[in-house]
Design a protein around this ligand. Structure first.
Ligand code: GLP
Length: 264
C-alpha cells in the first residue's frame, strides 16, 4: 500500500489511508529489522510498545510467525514501560498484554522477553529500571524501537515536564509518576481513575532515542492535535514526542489520515 510522504522539515512522515495499512507496513519493517539483525549479527534487539495502537502490528507479526516466515528465536525484546505497582498476572498489566498479544504467539525465549517487573520492592524499583539501560547496552543497543504517542505527547511513560531539552534528552530508565491525562486515558481500563496505578517504570528518553531506528505509530483524530505539536511545534520536554526530532534521521512516523488532519 502506498503511503503519501509529508514534507515536514526534520521528520519522515508517512500517511496511510487507515491504521491497518500502516500496521502492515510497520510489521514489515520490524520483520526486516529482525531478519537483517539475525543475518548480520546473529540476533536482533527490538523495543516494543503497548496500548491500542500497535495491536494490529502484533497480529501481523504473529501471522508471519505462524506462516513460517518469521522467527523470534534469536530476538530479544524490551518493552517501553509497565505500571507500578502491578502484578504480572493482572490482566491490565503490560506483561499480561504482551503475553496475550505477542509473547504467547511466537517463538520468543522467555528470558529474552523483557518487561519491567511491577512487583519489584519499592526500594529497588529505581535500580531495576536502570538495569534495563545496562542490559540493552550489553546487547549492543536497540535495532528498532516501536513507539506510540500518548494524547499528551508522552513516549513510553516519559510524561510532559518543564525540564530543559538537554536534560530531557538525558533521561534514563526510571520509576516515574503518571500525568493526569494518562490517568484519565487509563481510567476505562482500570474501571475508575482512582484505581489506575499512580506510577510506572519507563525506558528513559535517552535509551529510546539511542535506538538505531525508531518507528512511531499514531492513529485517529484524537492524536491529531498532539502530532501537530510534536512535528511542527517547538522541540520541548513539554511535548516529549517532539524530542524525536533531535534524531530525525533515524525516525519514521507512520500515521493515518485522521491523525494527519492538523498538520499544516
Ligand atoms: C500508554 C503507554 C504508551 C502508549 C500510549 C498510547 O499509556 N504508556 O506506551 O504508546 O499510552 O496509547 P494508545 O496506543 O492506546 O493510544
Amino acid at each position: 500500500m502506498t503511503a503519501r510522504t509529508l514534507a515536514i522539515p526534520g521528520a519522515t512522515v508517512q500517511v496511510f489511508p487507515d491504521p491497518g495499512h500502516a500496521c502492515a507496513a510497520a510489521a514489515g519493517l520490524i520483520a526486516r529489522s529482525i531478519r537483517e539483525g539475525v543475518a548480520a549479527r546473529g540476533g536482533a534487539v527490538i523495543g516494543l510498545a503497548t496500548g491500542n495502537t500497535p495491536l494490529p502490528v502484533y497480529d501481523r507479526l504473529a501471522a508471519l510467525h505462524r506462516a513460517g516466515d518469521l522467527s523470534f528465536a534469536e530476538v530479544s525484546t524490551y518493552n517501553l514501560d509497565e505500571y507500578y505497582p502491578i502484578a504480572p498476572t493482572d490482566p491490565r498489566s503490560y506483561r499480561a498484554y504482551m503475553d496475550r498479544h505477542l509473547y504467547g504467539r511466537v517463538d520468543l525465549a522467555a528470558n529474552r522477553a523483557h518487561i519491567f517487573d511491577g512487583t519489584v520492592p519499592e526500594a529497588f524499583a529505581a535500580e531495576h529500571a536502570a538495569g534495563f539501560d545496562r542490559w540493552i547496552e550489553a546487547e549492543g543497543g536497540l535495532d528498532l524501537q516501536l513507539l506510540g504517542v500518548g494524547r499528551n505527547g508522552h513516549i513510553g511513560f516519559n510524561e510532559p515536564s518543564d525540564l530543559r531539552v538537554d536534560a530531557a534528552l538525558r533521561l534514563p530508565s526510571r520509576p516515574t509518576g503518571l500525568h493526569p491525562t494518562t490517568v484519565e486515558d487509563a481510567a476505562a481500563e482500570f474501571g475508575d481513575a482512582t484505581l489506575v496505578p499512580p506510577r510506572a517504570l519507563t525506558l528513559g528518553v535517552a535509551p529510546i532515542l539511542a535506538a538505531r531506528s525508531i518507528l512511531v505509530l499514531a492513529f485517529g483524530a484524537k492524536k491529531a492535535e498532539i502530532l501537530a505539536s510534536a512535528l511542527q511545534g517547538p522541540v520541548t520536554a513539554g511535548v516529549p514526542a517532539s524530542l524525536l526530532r533531535t534524531v530525525a534521521g533515524r525516525v519514521t512516523w507512520m500515521i493515518d489520515e485522521a491523525a494527519a488532519s492538523r498538520l499544516g
